[in-house]
Design a protein around this ligand. Structure first.
Ligand code: PRX
Length: 649
């Protein structure tokens, strides 16, 4: 899409400054202090990052060079050595944090468990020993397909501890999706569970892994956590129980120091083509970015009980449930299940019972809470909260205000954090004690981040006009490449504007220079805060024997942000029917996962195309939104196609 088409209609002007007592205790307590540090971070970046890296992380050997930048490839803290797990765990031992809760866990059935830093450290050491005893070594890839239980974090940190590279696959993805990811990164081992609890039912994780592993020759070992006691089949020689290999292993493990650029994890995310992209993050820069943003954006204090509701299967779970939070020695709440099980007040009940002070969730959840009604939060004491956060998609001002008043009681600042799987850490967000918030705006950039809003030629657009959001300088937590496809990395992010990172988002800056993210401008949808590539859905659909052609588009949706609408043409002789619609919806869920299940399927005799054969998605979007087709249709090959789609609508 050309940047001329990006318009932003949000014209929210309310400004909220944190209450004086919040500011007085904040890690960054004034706008002047933010401006000063920001100026230092962009005027002398290498000096700034060197100081921050020394202050925030534990290094075994110091780096020789802060940044080696040969666009589009960055190396940070070259020659420096550290161990990420040691930073998240060992360095808190022997301090007052040793017996502090690292993870406060609540399972969906109501079971609870607290792991202190000392206990979490022991678990991670056991798991690291178990992985090594299975022959896993530095650089080996390990797939993690787990429910939201402490062992998911244990598995991630154990990989980090031995230098293995984890790839967490969200528990809602299908066996097809697991298979593709394992094969793409050639994982040697899988860590999973006999199931996880979701809305009172068991998610059959192990059964999904078994199906995936029928076609993944690289996998030698599967470790299975017993979570639900759901019967599973265990393949001799390949599958072992967590309680046999991990729980019985020694709780002592010596962490080796690894180079700062050692790969830490691969996380697959949707792009504008059919194949998910394996975003690669490395150790030192990623940990510095997540540690600093966690400390300053969430204003972390020793006494906080912090809860981020994201699953570890997403980047938010990596950066702000596990790495950035534990590295700060904070207490992280982990909840396994659904927000409305057994009742729609589950989240508020957790906040009340655990006295959560910082709560970080997604706009789609906030809109669902709004719809469920105020009675549910009102039933609980939410006065422990002091800060709220939002991530994943633009938050509409109504949802912002509801969150502010009904959940935050009008006293909690809201940090609307803009970032991506690729950026690793938060990039644009208020620092809650320093930057006044405007509902719907992610406000201003974090230290060292230099974003701009530009036109197609790369020229900055005037204030209040729309353009493309780019980041003009490398930052420590940036992705390093796409696993196994460095060309795609260059093409995807660095070729629209050479040497400059293109985010894929549309944006506008207002007269205070605040950033207002409009949303994706490529063929990526944001459904309930999760990225889904239209091409992925289309390729899933055409893999069904009755489908000839498919086009997936987004329709604005009050709850989910965007709903997924697909237009399908069937093969000759195949009859349309409601049953077939349902079959196709299930087919997509099986191929990708339930989160990609189309909200609506529309059969069409033909799809609108240009004379050169390109599907005109813009027209389909307009049709899906229920409006008339506006704008230019002169490149359309056959207008009758559109006319018939509209009349069927
Ligand atoms: O479009 C932006 C939207 O989510 C995209 C990144 O998705 P993902 O890599 O899955 O990471 C989500 C969690 C960081 C972005 O390109 N997005 C994320 N946060 C915001 C947002 N849009 C507006 N405001 C946000 N705070």
């Amino acid at each position: 899409m050309s940047s001329e088409n990006i318009t932003s209609v949000a014209r929210e002007s309310r400004k909220h400054t944190a209450p004086r007592d919040f500011q007085a205790q904040a890690n960054i307590g004034s706008f002047a202090r933010y401006r000063k540090l920001y100026a230092e971070s962009v005027n002398a970046p290498e000096k700034f990052w060197a100081e921050q890296a020394a202050e925030h992380l534990l290094w075994r050997s110091m780096w020789k060079k802060v940044l080696q930048w040969k666009a589009p490839h960055a190396k940070w803290f070259v020659g420096g050595k550290l161990n990420v797990a040691e930073n998240c765990l060992d360095r808190h031992l022997g301090t007052p944090r040793e017996n502090k809760a690292a993870i406060v866990f609540e399972g969906e059935p109501g079971d609870q468990r607290t792991l202190t830093y000392k206990q979490l450290h022991q678990e991670v050491c056991r798991c690291a020993n178990a992985l090594e005893s299975l022959g896993l070594r530095k650089g080996d890839r390990v797939a993690i397909y787990m429910p939201m239980v402490p062992e998911a974090a244990v598995a991630m940190l154990a990989c980090a501890r031995i230098g293995a590279v984890h790839t967490v696959v969200f528990g809602g993805f299908s066996s097809e999706a697991i298979k593709d990811r394992i094969n793409d990164c050639q994982a040697k081992a899988v860590i999973t569970a006999d199931g996880g609890w979701r809305r009172g039912k068991i998610v059959e994780l192990k059964a999904n892994v078994d199906r995936a592993l029928e076609a993944t020759p690289s996998v030698e070992h599967v470790i299975v956590l017993e979570r639900t006691k759901n019967p599973v089949s265990m393949q001799t020689g390949r599958d072992v129980w967590w309680h046999d290999v991990v729980s019985r292993a020694s709780h002592r493990h010596k962490a080796k120091a690894f180079d700062a650029e050692t790969p830490l994890f691969i996380l697959y995310t949707s792009g504008s083509t059919g194949k998910p992209k394996g975003v690669l993050h490395t150790s030192g820069g990623y940990l510095l970015g997540t540690t600093m943003t966690a400390k300053y954006v969430f204003d972390l204090k020793e006494t906080d009980t912090y809860w981020c509701t994201a699953d570890v299967g997403w980047i938010t779970g990596h950066s702000y449930v596990v790495y950035g939070i534990l590295s700060n020695g904070a207490t992280s709440v982990v909840y396994e299940g659904a927000p409305n099980h057994p009742e729609p007040d589950r989240f508020w009940s957790i906040i009340d019972r655990h006295a959560v002070t910082i709560f970080y969730t997604a706009p789609t959840a906030i809109r669902a809470f709004m719809r469920w009604g105020d009675a549910y939060p009102k039933k609980h004491d939410l006065s422990s909260l002091r800060l709220l956060g939002s991530v994943g998609e633009p938050i509409n001002p109504e949802a912002w205000m509801w969150y502010f008043k009904t959940i935050g009681g009008g006293r909690c600042p809201i940090v609307d954090t803009w970032w991506q799987t690729e950026t690793g850490a938060i990039m644009i967000s208020p620092l809650p004690g320093a930057i006044p918030q405007k509902p719907g705006s992610a406000t201003l950039p974090f230290f060292g981040v230099v974003p701009k809003v530009v036109d197609d030629q790369g020229k900055e657009v005037p204030k209040n006009s729309g353009g493309k959001l780019v980041i003009t300088r490398p930052w420590p937590a940036m992705l390093r490449t796409l696993w196994g496809d460095d060309d795609r990395y260059t093409r995807q992010y660095w070729s629209d504007y050479p040497g400059i990172y293109f985010t894929g988002d549309g944006c506008r800056r207002d007269s205070d220079s605040y950033f207002w993210i409009v949303g994706r401008i490529d063929d990526v949808l944001n459904v309930s805060g999760h990225r889904i590539g239209t091409a992925e859905v289309e390729s899933a659909l055409v893999s069904h024997p009755s489908v000839a052609e498919a086009a997936a588009v987004g329709r604005p949706d009050e709850l989910k942000g965007q709903a997924l609408v697909v237009f399908v043409t069937l093969k000759n002789g195949v009859e349309t029917s409601e049953a077939l619609k349902e079959t196709l919806r299930q087919h997509v869920a099986r191929e990708i996962g339930a989160l990609a299940r189309p909200d609506s399927i529309r059969f069409a005799a033909a799809l609108p195309k240009t004379r050169s054969g390109k599907i005109m998605r813009r027209l389909l979007k307009e049709i899906a939104a229920g409006g008339a087709v506006k704008g230019d249709t002169t490149t359309l090959e056959d207008f009758s196609v559109v006319a018939s789609l509209q009349s069927e609508g």
